[in-house]
Design a protein around this ligand. Structure first.
Ligand code: FE
Length: 196
């Protein structure tokens, strides 16, 4: 997206990882395409699919939704998702009047058990700064234009507390079952940069 320029300086770790990858590729030990596929899987498939199941269950089961909004860590664990970078979770619900967005202004804290690995833009300095200073501008770049009377709340994730957005259930989905609903839920809607 446009906010990711200029590119943030690479961290020491990123440089070392890149160096290691180059050596492994050069020696024919790994195929860079395989690594791309692996990263893609964790970014888009494995991780966010867990969060999508949490969201779909909250849409169809009011008692579960209540538990999710009062004790997210326990409610998410009910579905089998817990562990590192997800020990303390808070779920924030989008409504007709409130829209929630997640950021980590300090670094890249993110709820791994429910969303997998953070996307590159989430870790970028421009997103981290602008999500707080100009959330509507950031949302617009993701194609998300909210009515003026919708309050935008930005949640700053920390190592101690991680957030997951509960998006609004799309209209016209009354007949869909939980699995079909889960298939509609995107990673970006659970970060709060898009709506469904
Ligand atoms: Fe962080």
């Amino acid at each position: 997206m446009a906010t990711t320029k200029p590119a943030p300086a690479e961290s020491e770790t990123a440089i070392r990882v890149r160096a290691l990858e180059s050596i492994l590729v050069e020696k024919g030990l790994i195929d860079p395409k395989a690594i791309d596929a692996l990263v893609d899987t964790f970014e888009h498939k494995v991780g966010p699919r867990n969060g999508a199941k949490v969201v779909a269950k909250a849409w169809v089961d009011p008692a579960y939704k209540q538990r999710l909004l009062t004790d997210a860590t326990a409610a998410i664990k009910e579905l089998g998702y817990s562990g590192m970078q997800g020990e303390d979770m808070l779920v924030v619900e989008n409504t007709d009047t409130v829209h929630n967005v997640i950021v980590c202004t300090l670094c890249s804290c993110y709820p791994w058990p429910t969303l997998g690995l953070p996307p590159v833009w989430y870790k970028s300095a421009p997103y981290r700064a602008r999500a707080v200073n100009d959330p509507r501008g950031v949302l617009k770049e993701f194609g998300t234009i909210l009515p003026d009377d919708v309050e935008v709340r930005v949640w700053d994730t920390t190592a101690e507390l991680r957030y997951l957005v509960l998006p609004q259930r799309p209209a016209g989905t009354e007949k869909l079952d939980e699995d079909a609903l889960a298939a509609l839920v995107t990673r970006d809607s659970m970060i709060g940069v898009t709506v469904l």
